[in-house]
Design a protein around this ligand. Structure first.
Ligand SMILES: C[S@@+](CC[C@H](N)C(=O)[O-])C[C@H]1O[C@@H](n2cnc3c(N)ncnc32)[C@H](O)[C@@H]1O
Ligand code: SF4
Ligand code: SF4
Length: 386
């Protein structure tokens, strides 16, 4: 059996197992994947549509309190100068026609691009599947009418950070109502329950005592599922160690992860998060509420108080997925954790970059010593829904 076949079977089996079994099988799957520096074709592309955003959520690594977007944009005036054009994006995806690849669109806010829906339609017309996360405020009726007809769109994730008052205090007055209304337009127009419409919430202390109310509101609004994701963050010492480790490995000064800077919330905070999420899960059952990742009490305490604690101890991302930045730079790591680049799609085809020397060097370093310090809160190992 090929390692891909084994990996798939392990993947299916793991969905039927409790948390600890899933983690053990995941480690086994990833150790099989890691055995070669050359990887089979990626299964997922993360396409960063733009870093521009109309909102300013405080926890966001782009536009939040410590977000890095303003600095990048200052250095790259005018704002849109370096962004891939629709034609350049078409050129990237044409060679992937008919391949079994899922494309996740990220941002910034994907719909800050006026051609976002053209890009989605094009990717789907190549036979690939697409999902994305949006703040939902820039969707218009004509966009929604086209969106529900795109065959390849699997899931639309709407970011909702609390009941109306909390959401609006984070994302701006009136935005809760706009986002819910746009999600409901998709729900009303879609056929055969496709695309799926999910709510994505970052669990913050603003939500303590309010998560059950939030999930019930989401269920009532007709969403298919609610996913809570733990904060992705790093404290100052971890960011410094992360930067030093990347300097030692690649000789680069990598400050990409600075947008994740946050003080450690602490063990007590972790306990409250655990109680909040597990209490709500029981209260809203059988509505589908997932947490990414699902943590035991002890794990939740450690997640928020100990930056050496890792839910999953290895990362298979560089063997399975690739990240295309808004300016065409190709990296393995999503969300600004590591800016190590293997090239740019403007200069070489994506399929060439995937297994070039720079890509193999990154994989070999990961094999050699495991995760870098900041990896512990990267979504690549934490966005596992249970
Ligand atoms: C960066 S946003 C991009 C898409 C879009 N602008 C939005 O807000 O949905 C992607 C997702 O990351 C979440 N997010 C932002 N900062 C986060 C953090 N520090 N920890 C966990 N999730 C975060 C957002 O709430 C959103 O669901
Ligand atoms: S809407 Fe999305 S990209 Fe914009 S600030 Fe909020 S989380 Fe960040
Ligand atoms: S866990 Fe680390 S190596 Fe893996 S994708 Fe995230 S930042 Fe990159």
């Amino acid at each position: 059996m090929s390692s891909g076949g084994l990996a798939n079977r392990i993947g299916v089996a793991s969905r039927l197992l409790p948390v600890t079994g899933w983690r053990a099988l995941n480690d086994l799957r990833e150790s099989r994947l890691h055995s070669s520096l050359e990887a089979p074709l990626f299964r997922e592309i993360n396409l960063e549509m733009t870093i521009v955003c109309n909102l300013r959520c405080p926890f966001c690594w782009w536009w939040g309190t410590n977000g890095v977007a303003p600095k990048i944009i200052r250095e790259k005036q005018p704002l849109w100068k370096d962004q891939l054009t629709f034609e350049e994006i078409q050129k990237v995806f044409l060679p992937l026609k008919g391949k079994k690849v899922h494309v996740y669109l990220s941002g910034g806010e994907p719909f800050e691009r006026k051609d976002a829906i053209d890009i989605i339609e094009f990717i789907s017309s190549m036979g690939l599947t697409v999902s994305f996360t949006t703040n939902g405020t820039l969707l218009t009726d004509p966009i929604i009418e086209r969106l529900v007809k795109v065959k390849g769109v699997t899931i639309v994730h709407f970011s909702i950070d609390g009941p109306q008052e909390i959401h609006d205090s984070i994302r701006g007055k009136g935005n809760f109502a706009t986002t819910i209304a746009n999600a409901q337009k998709i729900l009303a127009l879609r056929e055969n329950r496709r695309p799926q419409v999910w709510a994505n919430s970052v669990i913050t202390n603003a939500l303590f005592g309010k998560t059950t109310e939030l999930v019930r509101t989401i269920e009532k609004a007709g969403f298919d599922r609610h996913v809570f994701q733990h904060l992705w963050f790093a404290d100052r010492p971890t960011l410094d160690q992360h930067k030093q480790a990347l300097m030692d490995d690649f000789g680069i000064v990598d400050t990409a992860a600075e947008g994740h800077l946050m003080e450690l919330p602490g063990k007590e905070y972790g306990r409250k998060v655990y109680e909040e999420l597990e209490g709500t899960r029981r209260a809203v059952f059988p509505f589908q509420m997932w947490t990414a990742p699902r943590l035991s009490l002890e794990e939740s305490e450690k997640y928020y108080s100990d930056m050496k604690f890792c839910v999953v101890k290895s990362c298979g991302k560089p063997w399975a997925g690739i990240n295309i930045k808004a300016d065409g730079t190709v990296e393995f790591c999503p969300d600004q954790w590591i800016a190590y680049s293997v090239g740019n799609v403007r200069e070489a085809p994506l399929l060439e970059l995937w297994n070039n020397d720079a890509a193999k060097k990154f994989r070999s370093k990961l094999n050699e010593h495991g995760l870098w310090p900041g990896c512990v809160h990267c979504c690549a190992i934490n966005w596992r829904q249970q």
